[in-house]
Design a protein around this ligand. Structure first.
Ligand code: SF4
Length: 325
């Protein structure tokens, strides 16, 4: 297998000179045993295209649980009996005060996330009012993740000044039917395309460790690359009790690092953000991942799990010689 140091350097130079790598080359990279060279070369690509900046984002779970979809990794699906706190859409003042807090804590973006298949009209209007409130008073990028969007909804969000729309592909197309039956991969691609078409930045990523093969991880990397995301959040499965993925064997830190490093070769200019599962699976290796291809983090917790405090993450970024954006 050509996964040695010379091969990795060759592929790095290929990417730095503006040429893409192909599927087999990506597979060789992810299967390399030379994790140090792979990480270093991924970091060189990141620095070359994105500098030393780390994108720091805070999320708010603005409407939790009771989602009608059956995504088998998700504690918010109404198909599974999990112990999460479920609540309807938070009122605008509540979301506003959390955006203020995110800004004070040093986050440069704030994402409003709701567990919907797609937003009901009345609640969409309320979310739009909330976005307006935040955009008028707080200097922070506002992002949104509200499920499937119509083009009209996407236009409205763009007109309100939303920067990024999140809609993950979650996994490879060849694996998707094993994790979800209530919608298709194409449904997900359609919303991602709508977001791009209206001029929103696209945030689209996936989850590692759901039982997919290494090849399917690479398949996901190229599927993401094909929809031209501005940001790719990578989550690592935390199999929650009550979901079909409870008790799944955790993916190793080495596998996570190699996957993210390889994704950097596939998507040299994209923000690759290490998201849910970071603290649980990587522990202090998150310092390593930010020098191995990733250049973004979610801080202060996730939708249904806790995370590091923003102050701890900002300190960590400083300690490793990087800057928060
Ligand atoms: S659509 Fe989103 S919120 Fe709903 S079950 Fe799937 S992942 Fe969870």
């Amino acid at each position: 297998m050509r996964g040695d140091s010379t091969f990795i350097h060759e592929k790095m130079n290929q990417v730095l000179s503006g040429n893409k790598i192909n599927f087999d080359e990506a597979l060789n990279l992810i299967n390399s045993n030379d994790i140090l060279t792979l990480s270093d070369c991924a970091n060189n690509i990141t620095k070359s295209f994105n500098g030393d900046f780390i994108d720091v984002e805070k999320l708010i779970n603005a409407k939790s649980g009771r989602c009608p979809e059956d995504c088998s990794f998700c504690a918010q699906s109404s198909f599974y009996n999990t112990d999460i706190t479920k609540y309807p859409l938070l009122d605008p003042d509540n979301i506003f005060s959390q955006a203020e807090k995110a800004k004070e804590e040093g986050a440069n973006s704030f994402c409003i996330v709701c567990a919907y298949r797609s937003p009901p009209e009345k609640e969409f209007k309320q979310i739009c009012k909330t976005i307006e409130l935040i955009k008028n008073k707080i200097d922070i990028d506002v992002n949104a993740s509200l499920g499937f969007l119509t083009k009209d909804m996407a236009h409205t969000l763009k007109a309100l000044g939303v920067k990024r729309y999140n809609h993950n592909l979650e996994t490879a197309e060849s694996f998707f039917k094993k994790i979800c039956t209530t919608h298709t991969y194409q449904d997900r691609i359609n919303t991602a395309k709508i977001a791009k078409e209206v001029g929103l930045d696209l945030c689209s990523g996936g989850i590692l460790g759901m039982g997919e093969t290494i090849e399917q991880r690479i398949e996901l990397g190229f599927a993401l690359e094909a929809i031209h995301p501005d940001e790719v959040p990578i989550n690592i499965l935390i199999g929650r009790e009550g979901t079909p993925m409870f008790g799944f064997n955790p993916i190793s830190p080495e596998e996570i690092i190699k996957t993210i490093a390889t994704f950097r070769f596939i998507m040299p200019k994209t923000i690759i953000k290490i998201a849910g599962g970071r603290e649980v699976h990587l522990k202090h290796n998150d310092r390593i991942i930010l020098k191995a291809g990733a250049n973004g983090i979610i801080t202060g917790g996730y939708l249904t799990t806790k995370g590091n405090k923003a102050s701890e993450d900002l300190q960590m970024i400083k300690e490793i010689g990087l800057k928060s954006r």
